[in-house]
Design a protein around this ligand. Structure first.
Ligand SMILES: [Zn+2]
Length: 339
């Protein structure tokens, strides 16, 4: 097997998962609760100062369903029927009921995260009971509740989370189309991908160097000023490579991913280590690893979502953390029994 750097990356992080995650808005009792835990109180105070609005900076890559849902949500906010300040969080009463799992062992995290639909808080609550909240308020709270050994995410603003989720699902769709060589689907975003690569390429050119404007770049085909097509269609192989580069470029843009060397205290071996501060980062890392290793993706016979084929003959999504058996397989067998 080819030696791939990403395969050697390790993380010693554990993830704390709570039994109950609830939906709150600013005025609900969570923020008036009698809080025992000092850190949590500080976090809640900070949460109240955040007033996020869905940014939808990912419109061009969003799945059609997500896009529709986002527009609906935006309309509701404009009409004043929903609040922009909604959180999914663990209440202080529920802080004592938790489990843990090792992040490294959550092999199907990224394929499970892709199933999570934005704007469905039930989806998020169910996912979080198994994997924990996918992200928190990293920019304001990471130093409070996350440390080197443990991801302990207790609350997230839904608008921020939905925005991140829309991006992840959009990129995951590109990833699955790429891995399954679904050329018709890949052609649909050919232009967005080429333009993004062109922009990226231009951003790497030193300021004092003139970038020729109307030259076809090696990605192709487009001029970033007027989006004009400058060359005939690229081949399927070129397109696959463009997508691969595009996805790797997206990975480079993930905030807060820090790679460092560490050693194993048991045998004094050294290995690269990434300090993941949320589950999205880990999921992107898994996606990149799968991309570079060219893993085989297949569809689960129960839920129809894709998963990584770890061994031949697997037919269902892999078992979730802290479970021995695949929940899709069990549901499939139950359904069969009932027939
Ligand atoms: Zn499944």
């Amino acid at each position: 097997m080819k030696s791939i750097f990403l395969n050697d990356v390790k993380t010693s992080k554990k993830v704390k998962i709570y039994e109950t995650y609830s939906v709150y808005n600013k005025s609900s009792r969570l923020f008036r609760a009698d809080i025992q835990d000092g850190d949590w109180e500080l976090l809640l105070l900070k949460l109240q100062t955040v007033n996020a609005f869905p940014l939808n900076r990912n419109e061009s890559i969003a799945l059609a369903d997500d896009q529709m849902k986002w527009k609906e949500h935006k309309r509701e906010i404009e009409e004043g029927t929903v609040s922009t300040n909604v959180f999914v969080a663990v209440s202080d009463m529920n802080l004592l009921t938790f489990k843990e799992y090792k992040l490294q062992d959550a092999v199907s995290l990224y394929t499970e995260l892709a199933k999570l639909r934005p704007f469905y808080s039930k989806d998020l609550q169910n996912f979080s009971k198994v994997f924990g909240l996918p992200m928190g308020m990293e920019n304001i709270a990471s130093n409070i509740i996350n440390n080197v050994d443990m991801l302990d995410t207790r609350g997230v603003n839904l608008a921020n989370l939905n925005d991140e989720l829309i991006r992840f699902r959009g990129l995951f769709r590109f990833f699955t189309n790429l891995m399954t060589k679904n050329m018709d689907a890949l052609r649909l975003n050919e232009k967005d991908v080429a333009l993004a690569l062109l922009e990226y390429e231009n951003s790497k050119v030193p300021n004092n160097k003139e970038q020729p404007d109307n030259q076809p770049s090696k990605w192709g085909k487009y001029n970033n000023n007027n989006n004009e097509i400058l060359r005939d269609n690229i081949t399927d192989d070129e397109l696959l490579i463009n997508y691969k580069k595009y996805l790797i470029m997206q990975f480079e843009n993930i905030d807060g991913v820090v790679l460092k060397m560490d050693f194993d205290s048991n045998d004094d071996s050294f290995f690269p280590k990434i300090d993941f501060v949320n589950l999205f980062q880990f999921a992107y890392y898994q996606m990149m690893k799968a991309l570079i290793n060219n893993v085989e993706l297949i569809k689960c016979e129960y839920c129809g979502h894709v998963f990584e084929l770890a061994y031949k003959g697997r037919r269902f999504c892999p078992p979730l953390p802290n479970r021995k058996r695949s929940s899709c397989e069990m549901a499939y067998n139950n359904r069969k029994k009932q027939k």
